[in-house]
Design a protein around this ligand. Structure first.
Ligand SMILES: *Cc1c(COP(=O)(O)O)cnc(C)c1O
Length: 403
């Protein structure tokens, strides 16, 4: 039986709550929107956000900046990336990740993905040896955490430094430890479709004083780096203050004001996302054709989106599956599409990077579907969506598929 169509909007986030609106209005009334525009003794909203986020994340230092992509660029430059140096990263990620590597002067070296959508650690070791790379920019793409203990061993064995891209893992844990606390630095996004929403925004965290001093100056602090909320001692800025290029990637007080109250509701929202994820997943799990990536017990993930595989699906069947879902109001993305659409693209269309051969990742992407789970959807909505997807997958059974 054909299920009733769903009428929700997949791009509709919840409104900004009243506390954040009040804080934003106060900044607007003050006229002091630039983060260094403070009265004597005043601590700016941007500096306060840095202090609050560092405390929330459990990191020593934090820099608020313009976007998650800028946080990655700042981290790569502050690490001291040399022009042309290879940087390992997941082949399955979002375009701003290789984009940040290229912008910082590096050369992305893609690592294969497993069917559980995490970096393939054997391929990581292989590519590290082949390329001579010293740095891994690890994207916890769509919130899937690789076995961080096993990763640690590979990093050590291969002499790799880790920078984490936590755009989808703000609030996620591995064995109780926060994602973003495993490497030299970690980058978060406050873009509308991530876990806190200021429209745009980024947060860089690290416990390394030298790296953070260089990142702060590079973010465009001029000589005002003492007006930061979670910065290293002024002594750490000795060389950085004149040697770090100014990239003008600051966050402003308006965005910071909108973000600060959201930290208080983040943990509650993670529970709400995960309840919605579970409602969709429960329906999909009934379908033998559908495979949901395993979520290990050590991982506390944030179900702000869901991914599933239909292994062996042909491009024709995938297009029909997408269309059938769309007809019933369910907006899916397909990573196997040779044509990039909207936010969804694959390494095959990132022509600013040297082309690389990734058969395992390509095989996975060919059958990989993705869906946002906005908090404006109820649990009932998510059950309905799951049933629609299951129904459309069931219709596919009639299509010959090489499983
Ligand atoms: C969104 C995203 C980014 C970049 O964040 P912006 O704030 O949009 O620059 C980086 N990595 C991943 C995996 C993302 O999803």
């Amino acid at each position: 039986m054909r299920p009733a169509a769903f009428h929700g909007v997949f791009t509709q986030q919840e409104p900004i709550d009243e506390a954040a609106i009040a804080a934003a209005v106060a900044v607007l009334r003050s006229g002091r929107l630039h983060r260094y525009n403070v009265l004597p003794g005043e601590v700016s909203e941007a500096a306060s956000l840095e202090r609050d986020f560092a405390a929330w994340q459990g990191s020593r230092y934090c820099l608020a900046c313009a976007s998650g992509g800028q946080a990655m660029q700042l981290a790569l430059r502050a690490y001291g990336l040399v022009a042309g140096a290879p940087v390992l990263t997941n082949a399955f990620t979002l375009a701003p990740v290789p984009g940040a590597i290229v912008a910082a002067g590096g050369r992305p070296v893609y690592v294969e993905s497993t069917a559980d959508l995490v970096i393939d650690l054997d391929d990581l070791a292989r590519k590290a040896a082949e390329s001579g790379a010293r740095l891994l920019l690890l994207s916890h793409m769509r919130g899937h955490l690789v076995d961080m203990d096993a990763l640690d061993k590979v990093l050590e064995r291969c002499g790799l430094t880790l920078i984490e891209d936590c755009a989808h893992t703000m609030g996620a844990l591995w064995n109780g430890r926060k994602s973003g606390s495993f490497g030299l630095a970690a980058c978060f996004s406050a873009q509308t479709y991530k876990h806190i929403n200021a429209g745009e925004g980024g947060l860089l965290v690290s416990d390394d004083a030298g790296l953070m001093a260089r990142a702060i100056v590079s973010s465009g602090s001029y000589m005002l780096y003492d007006r930061h909320g979670a910065a290293p001692d002024m002594a750490a800025f000795g060389a950085a203050r004149m040697e770090s290029p100014n990239l003008s990637a600051r966050m402003d007080n308006l965005r910071a004001a909108i973000l600060r109250p959201q930290l208080a509701t983040l943990d509650g929202n993670i529970e709400r996302w995960n309840a919605r994820y579970a409602a969709v997943a429960t329906e999909l799990e009934r379908m033998p054709a559908i495979r949901i990536p395993a979520r290990p017990a050590s991982e506390r993930f944030v179900g702000s989106s869901i991914q599933f595989l239909i292994p062996g699906i042909t491009p024709t069947a995938a297009r029909r599956f997408l269309a059938a879902n769309a007809e019933l109001g369910v907006e899916l993305k397909w990573f196997g599409d040779p044509e990039p659409r909207g936010y969804t693209s694959s390494h095959l269309s990132w022509r600013f990077v040297d082309p690389q051969v990734l058969p395992a990742t390509d095989r996975i992407l060919a059958g990989l579907f993705d869906m946002r789970i906005p908090l404006t959807f109820s649990i009932g909505d998510c059950t309905q969506i799951g049933r629609i997807i299951a129904h459309c997958a069931n219709e596919l059974e009639a299509v010959p598929m090489a499983r």
